[in-house]
Write a protein that binds this ligand. Structure first.
Ligand code: NAD
Length: 258
């Protein structure tokens, strides 16, 4: 029988790559995120065609707890349970703390941190009932180390690692593992969008943002690929990873080794 996987923020970038990898394995997948309706439907169909299961779209806004509850309820109603929950949705905002708009702070914390609390609190009872589950939080190298001008992002990502460890301890005896993936820079729309802002904050060119900011500490001097992150999610969701819980996998080209 197909596993059921919910991936938040999967209309683009890493989340889409993760959803595609699970669909390719034959899972039922609930994709989520923003974008033009026709593009989302094209994505849903493409993934549905890859899977022997069914791929659905749910448009829950990760800043809205009631919509998040409906996302998990929709998965349960259609497929009976949630076997794998991937908390991935994210945005970025780059500014000095004293110029950081308070509403942006709240939005980043809501999407990057609180939404994972809400998906988890609704998915955990389903997983406990089933006697198994996998929760995978797409964190970041910024869960382990900081960069200037990314206060909300770094705070939320450090926070999600704490939530990961706490949930892992609470769920260890229920066959449910909880882990984080900490990618370095992956060239997705989220990263592309912050290049001009970072150039402005640092007073450097966009080319220098890529080479001197993003890839400076990434020892490989290469961006991480979406497929590499998706492969780690597939591994963490596998039976082989049943004893891995409360930890993280860094995929950062050596960034946090420094
Ligand atoms: P992306 O912009 O390509 O995708 C973000 C996804 O989140 C999109 O589907 C978008 O619609 C969705 N989203 C945004 N706000 C939402 C909301 N309020 N409700 C529901 N969905 C929402 O970005 P990405 O780079 O693929 O980022 C995915 C995750 O990976 C994020 O958590 C990000 O912090 C993390 N990450 C990215 C990188 C990187 O270099 N790209 C590195 C480390 C971690």
């Amino acid at each position: 029988m197909s596993r059921t996987v919910v991936v938040t923020g999967s209309t683009s970038g890493i989340g889409l790559g993760v959803a595609r990898a699970f669909a390719t394995e034959g899972a039922n997948v609930v994709i989520n995120g923003f974008g033009p309706a026709d593009a989302i439907e094209a994505t849903r169909r493409e993934l549905d065609g890859l899977s022997s299961g069914t791929v659905l779209y749910h448009g829950a806004d990760m800043t809205k707890p009631a919509e998040i509850e409906d996302l998990i309820a929709t998965a349960a109603r259609n497929f009976g349970t949630v076997d794998v929950l991937v908390n991935n949705a994210g945005i970025q905002h780059v500014a000095k703390i004293e110029e950081f708009p308070p509403e942006k702070w709240d939005q980043l914390i809501a999407i990057l941190l609180s939404s994972a609390f809400h998906t988890m609190r609704h998915a955990i009872p389903l997983m406990k009932k089933a006697g198994h589950g996998r929760i995978i939080n797409v964190a970041s190298a910024h869960a382990l180390t900081a960069s200037p001008f990314k206060s909300a992002y770094v705070a939320a990502k450090h926070g999600i690692l704490g939530l990961t460890k706490t949930a892992a301890l609470e769920l260890a005896e229920f066959g449910i593992t909880v882990n984080a993936i900490c990618p370095g820079y992956v060239l997705t729309p989220l990263v592309e969008k912050q290049i001009p802002d970072t150039a402005r904050e640092r007073g450097i060119s966009e080319a220098e943002v890529r080479s001197e900011v993003m890839l400076r500490l990434q020892a490989t001097k290469e961006f991480v690929s979406i497929e590499e992150v998706a492969a780690a999610a597939i591994y963490l969701a596998s039976d082989a990873a049943r004893s891995i819980t409360g930890t993280h996998i860094s995929i950062d080209g050596g960034w946090t080794a420094q």
